[in-house]
Structures are given as C-alpha cells and as structure tokens.
Ligand binder design. Structure first.
Ligand code: SAM
Length: 285
C-alpha cells in the first residue's frame, strides 16, 4: 500500500519507523511518503494559514498551498503507480466520519491513501469540496475530543490500517479475534487475557484456560467478551444482531441483565431509609 502524508510537521511521523510499522516499511508492504506542506508556499515566510472569513479566533489553512501540494503528490503517485491510479484522500477533523475498525478494514483494501492533517482551525473547506469532485475524499474523526493537529490522528489511522495488511502481523488470526472485528467479534470487546505464571501475587488465572479444552476455552472467551461489552459499552451491546446470538449467548446476556437489576434494587433499597449525611467534603464551613 502506498501512503502519502502532507503536513507542516513531517518529523511527527518518526514512530512509523518503529516496531510493526517499521518492519512493514522495510518489507515494502507499507510504502510511506512524507511531504512538507511548506514546500508549496511562495512567500519568504512560507505561510500556510490566514485569518478566518467571518472573524473569530484562530487561523485557517490556505486552500492554494494545499491545492498545489495535493496536485503535485497525486501526480507523483500516478507517475509511479500508473495514469489511472487515484488515492483515497483522508482529511482528519473532529467533525468527520468516525474512524472504526470497519473503516480501518475498508482503507486496508485501498492501494493508495493520501492523508492531509491540518493545524490551526483546519483547512479551508473548499479543498475537500474540490478534491471530492475528483476522487474519493473522506473527512474522518478519531474520537470525540479535539487534538492540537491532525498528525496524531494520522498516526492512529496508519497503524490501525497497517496492521491489517497481509504479511504485517505474525499471526493473521489475531485480527479476526480482535475487539470489533467483523464476524464473531462484531460489536464485541475482547475479554481478559493472561500469561504465565498461573498465580501472580495471589491472583489466579481462570481454571478453564489451563484445561487445554479448546471448546470450553472458546466458550469462556465469548462469555467474557459478552459480559465485558455489556458492562463497559452498552451502546455496542445494543447493536448485537439477535441472529448471531446462540442459546448460550442469550443466557449470558439475561444473567447479566438480572445481576444489573439486583444491583439497582439493592442500591434503591439501601438509599430509601438512609438520610443523606454529609461527609467531610460536604460539611458547611
Ligand atoms: C485544533 S484542531 C481544530 C478543531 C476545530 N476547531 C473543531 O472544533 O472542529 C486542528 C486539527 O487537528 C485535527 N484533529 C483534532 N481533533 C481531531 C479528531 N478528533 N479527529 C481527527 N482529527 C482531529 C484536525 O486535522 C484539525 O483540523
């Protein structure tokens, strides 16, 4: 896969030389090209931003410099990959489409990704409009929080996509067993994992994992994944497809729901007869 990244901080991507991503690059699985956006400026200060129309705080990245940079990078890539090649343009922004494992898998099927991480208040909106007419352009968010710039978002996406490429992971099965993986793990979090020793500081590894019984171990792992998802991510659990749940899954879910009801009942009974007594933090001066 070819990956182009245009940024005012290309040095930010040094981590892509390390570990799995570094090895994928060495093996030629991941062909990453970093570009300094300021190389396409024409003034002595190498200006990439300007004040926002309509006023307000912060600066906005200028469309001209992004246009020249993206045109040149696309032309370069086409010279290497063929005149019909076109990248998928990915513009990180908190207001974009949420980046999920499903999106990572979708991108892993692309031969060429072009990332345009912004700084300041983002890139002039006409840039995505312009390239959206010429190629597939996605605005993508990595979560409901605001970073100082898009570089960290690109690192997240490249690593999530890169590890899905054939030949990057030693054991390709682990991708299918991961949290959120389409198939048996869709909408599920992976359960707890353990290694040797069997007892550490008094904490024991669950007996079933030492049993060597593959069927029971697989069932335990699925039960734990269901319980963890129900407890930590109820909004994911709400998306469980009933057709994908077997009898045992349903029993685990019912048991979890009953235990929640018991907890809620316990909390309301404990609360009913007890007057609120302020602790030290609530004491009036
Ligand atoms: C300071 S942020 C601008 C945030 C913008 N004012 C807003 O509220 O949407 C600067 C840049 O960081 C990147 N960024 C920040 N948060 C992000 C997120 N959650 N996902 C993807 N990119 C993000 C984007 O490239 C964004 O243009």
């Amino acid at each position: 896969m070819r990956v182009d990244i245009v940024s005012i901080f290309p040095e930010y991507f040094a981590p892509l030389d390390v570990s799995l991503m570094g090895k994928a690059r060495e093996r030629g699985i991941l062909d990453i090209h970093l570009h300094q956006l300021r190389d396409w400026t024409h003034d002595v200060h190498k200006t990439v931003d300007d004040t926002p129309y309509g006023g307000g705080p912060g600066m906005v990245m200028k469309p001209e410099v992004w246009g020249e940079a993206l045109d040149a990078v696309i032309e370069d890539g086409r010279a290497a990959s063929g005149p019909d090649a076109l990248p998928r343009l990915i513009v990180p922004t908190p207001s974009g489409r949420p980046f999920t494992q499903e999106v990572a898998l979708e991108y892993a099927g692309e031969p060429w990704l072009l990332f345009a991480p912004a700084r300041y208040e983002g890139i002039d909106s006409r840039v995505v409009a312009e390239y959206g007419e010429r190629l597939r352009a996605d605005e993508v968010s990595i979560g409901d929080y605001v970073l100082a710039g898009g570089e960290a978002a690109v690192l997240v996406m490249v690593e999530a996509v890169g590890r899905l490429l054939p030949g990057v992971l030693g054991n390709a099965c682990s991708v299918a067993d991961d949290s959120f993986a389409p198939g048996a793990m869709a909408n599920l979090l992976e359960g707890p994992v353990y290694t040797k020793p069997p007892v550490w500081r008094g904490h024991e590894v669950p007996e079933v994992l030492l049993s060597g019984h593959h069927g029971r171990i697989a069932r335990w792992r699925r039960d734990e994944a269901l319980r963890r998802t129900l407890a930590r991510r109820p909004e994911l659990a709400a998306r469980f497809d009933q057709d994908d749940l077997d009898k045992h899954d349903r029993r685990v879910i019912e048991e979890f729901e009953r235990s929640q009801e018991r907890l809620e009942e316990g909390a309301s009974t404990a609360g009913s007869g007890t007057a609120f007594r302020p602790g030290p933090d609530h004491m009036a001066d």
